[in-house]
Design a protein around this ligand. Sequence first.
Ligand SMILES: CCC/C=C/C=C/C(=O)SCCNC(=O)CCNC(=O)[C@H](O)C(C)(C)COP(=O)(O)OP(=O)(O)OC[C@H]1O[C@@H](n2cnc3c(N)ncnc32)[C@H](O)[C@@H]1OP(=O)(O)O
Ligand SMILES: NC(=O)C1=CN([C@@H]2O[C@H](COP(=O)(O)OP(=O)(O)OC[C@H]3O[C@@H](n4cnc5c(N)ncnc54)[C@H](OP(=O)(O)O)[C@@H]3O)[C@@H](O)[C@H]2O)C=CC1
Length: 378
Amino acid sequence: MNFDLSHEKLFTYLLILCSIIISFGGVVRTHKTTYRACAVGRLNMAAAAAVVFRRNLFPLKLGQKACALHSSCALRDADPLPQASFFPPNDATMLPPGSFSDKVAFVTGGGTGLGRAMTQGLSQLGATCVIASRKLEVLQKTAEEITAQTGNKVFPVACDVRDPAAVAQCLDQMEKLTGLPDVVINNAAGNFVSPSEKLSPNGWKTIVDIVLNGTAFVTLELGKRLIRQDKGASFLAITTIYAESGSGFVVPSASAKAGVEALYKSLAAEWGRYGLRFNIIQPGPIRTKGAFSRLDPTGAFEKSMIGRIPVGRLGTPNEIKNLALYMSSHYATWMSGAVVRLDGGEYVSMAGEFNDLRKVSKQQWDLIEAMIRQTKGS
Ligand SMILES: CCC/C=C/C=C/C(=O)SCCNC(=O)CCNC(=O)[C@H](O)C(C)(C)COP(=O)(O)OP(=O)(O)OC[C@H]1O[C@@H](n2cnc3c(N)ncnc32)[C@H](O)[C@@H]1OP(=O)(O)O
Ligand SMILES: NC(=O)C1=CN([C@@H]2O[C@H](COP(=O)(O)OP(=O)(O)OC[C@H]3O[C@@H](n4cnc5c(N)ncnc54)[C@H](OP(=O)(O)O)[C@@H]3O)[C@@H](O)[C@H]2O)C=CC1
């Protein structure tokens, strides 16, 4: 029979081993660090065990903090699983050239990460783009780079979506620059992992304001203006797979993203009569600086994320781009109220009761099958 040593079991065996060695006043070596047990006793055992546990889960020394943070270093990639070779990402832009000629696109959070990739794709296919977020310099740099690549105008507009007056001003500015948009992508977000018992009221409010209120302010203000001008448009919101399931440690984000989905599904029903359609993409994990510096700052969780994804790798910004472009394009005019998950199978992989049986070896299956077949009657 195969000996399947899971992380959990490995920790347990390590803890037991530590306890035994420490009991004899020995020396334990883990990750090039030596812990000398001075006395025999439960306290020492617990302390050493805790250190072993922490070192395994967070393989960083506290002193390395600055260098470990993604914001100050290059992102470190965890390896994809072998099956990822069956599923290479195709970064090429999928729709035909000119698919967005004569169209105007408005993308919140368009200066970085997924928003930048979507803006780049829209611009490449002929759209004039307006990108909005708080940091004007970031937007300006992105706008210049994309325009240099595509030859199409990208206008940067500073806007904090939490402030309805700022949103109205931003849309005034857009109307002057380009007119009202044909394509709207609500992509701006804020997030951080935190135990919910550590959340302050302002921590909660900050995330809900950016994600839910920000999306609502942009969508309602633009919707009213489009309705007044009798102009149709496609609205897309970027949520996440846990908008559906909920998730611990990102509770404000989960709550706000679920609200965004309710908002978009509701408006799909109500505002179709004005030529407006509303759709949602739920991405799984994609390594961007903005997301991973706040959700996996030590890099300790990336490997387990990949382990949960049947396709065996993280997504790429361009994969979201291609889906977003299709959903926002004239090829998708019959799509409204849709929620599309793009996550390499992670959501269903986490949800299925028996999915962990993937770890069962062939020999173990033979034994299990024999046991089941032996059972007669109820
Ligand atoms: C399947 C994969 C799932 C992945 C999903 C990904 C979803 C995403 O949304 S990823 C997008 C991530 N990108 C961003 O978050 C970009 C924008 N983020 C920010 O600007 C900041 O991180 C922040 C959201 C905090 C907003 O910045 P702002 O300057 O406006 O706020 P602060 O004044 O810094 O903080 C406001 C209150 O929040 C508290 N807070 C901040 N960080 C934490 C933390 N790590 N833990 C707990 N609390 C935190 C902060 O203390 C403030 O509260 P208070 O002290 O009570 O005033
Ligand atoms: N990367 C991932 O794994 C996943 C990401 N997502 C979603 O994808 C979207 C993009 O995330 P990603 O590209 O990874 O992360 P980024 O941090 O790069 O993108 C977030 C963007 O939102 C903007 N933003 C934040 N706060 C505000 C605000 N108050 N007003 C206006 N703009 C704001 C930021 O710009 P600025 O700082 O200039 O304001 C930034 O450009 C988000 O909706 C996120 O929830 C969903 C699932 C997985």
